[in-house]
Write a protein that binds this ligand. Structure first.
Ligand SMILES: Nc1ncnc2c1ncn2[C@@H]1O[C@H](COP(=O)(O)OP(=O)(O)OP(=O)(O)O)[C@@H](O)[C@H]1O
Length: 280
């Protein structure tokens, strides 16, 4: 079942310049969707439209278009930036305030702190947290009320690779609990590691979108392999077009080395950017 649907969405901040252009998108319940795009492409704008921070008439449907009221906000969580934490209060106290706002049992607090790896820091004041710990707390705050959809705007920006990896693991745990995740990222490896589907947004246009495996397969059509023969001579073959030549080369060499690299989301991003999509 699709929990998010954008139908021919156009959006401008000033009624003149279209920031988002004819966007069609469907996100299934329970998946992790990653939105990739250069700075200024419109990723945050999409999140703001989906979470009701910006308004667009009738092309943005979340949970089949329930009104953006109490029932809606009970079912979504979002982590947009690091503001809104009470610096002098502890992690636990910050979540306690949030639990009152969401009318959630305080017993949930320790469970969520444990889930994000902050159980032992429950009594630490926020101003003493590292940026990674702060991000974990924001995620705990975003999932305190066990939302059906969690929106994350560049959730691992500025974090070291090990901390980013730990946080990605948390997202997989959140997904295991049945939550749909919509995230934006500049880190294509991250999207490749944890997402089921991906969208490439260039200058407000969704130029490619779908299951990661299907997109990778599409761009692997012209996959090349390098072949090093008995004598160390290297040749390159197109796996589809030069199939016969490649088989002949394998047959006529006793020892050889073949190197084939699968296409990455980064390769696809670069290809799309170079291939004349309207990249910003
Ligand atoms: N409140 C606003 N008023 C007018 N224009 C805005 C506003 N917010 C964003 N924009 C413009 O909309 C475009 C898309 O911005 P947006 O923040 O959605 O991009 P983004 O893809 O999230 O970028 P980044 O990766 O840098 O966060 C940019 O040209 C930006 O200048």
């Amino acid at each position: 079942m699709a929990v998010i649907e954008l139908n021919n969405l156009n959006f401008s901040y000033d009624n003149k310049n279209n920031i988002l252009k004819n966007i069609d998108l469907k996100i299934e319940e329970g998946e992790i969707f990653g939105l990739i795009g250069p700075s200024g492409a419109g990723k945050t704008t999409i999140i703001k439209l989906l979470t009701g921070q910006l308004y667009s008439k009738d092309n943005v449907k979340v949970f089949n278009d329930i009104p953006k009221g109490k029932l809606f906000y009970e079912q979504i969580g979002f982590v947009m930036d690091s503001i809104g934490l009470y610096e002098r209060l502890t992690c636990y106290e910050n979540l306690k305030i949030m639990s009152m706002i969401h009318n959630v049992n305080v017993l949930n607090i320790m469970e969520k702190l444990e889930m994000v790896g902050l159980k032992d820091d429950a009594n630490k004041a926020v101003y003493k947290l590292s940026s990674g710990m702060r991000q974990r707390l924001l995620i705990a705050r975003g999932i305190l009320h066990s939302p059906r959809i969690l929106f994350l705007d560049e959730p691992t920006r500025g974090l070291d690779p090990a901390t980013a990896k730990d946080i990605q693991e948390i997202f997989l745990k959140i997904k295991d609990e049945g939550t749909t995740i919509f995230l934006t990222s500049h880190n294509m490896q991250e999207v490749e590691n944890i997402c089921d589907s991906v969208g490439f947004l260039f200058n407000g246009e969704l130029v490619e979108c779908g299951k990661i495996n299907a997109i990778k397969e599409k761009y692997e059509m012209n996959k090349r392999v390098s072949f090093i023969d008995d004598e160390g001579v290297k040749s390159e073959y197109d796996i589809k077009k030069d199939k016969k030549e490649l088989i002949d080369a394998i047959k006529s060499n006793n020892s050889f080395y073949i190197n084939s690299e699968t296409v990455s989301l980064e390769d696809i991003f670069i290809k799309l950017k170079r291939s004349g999509v309207n990249a910003s």
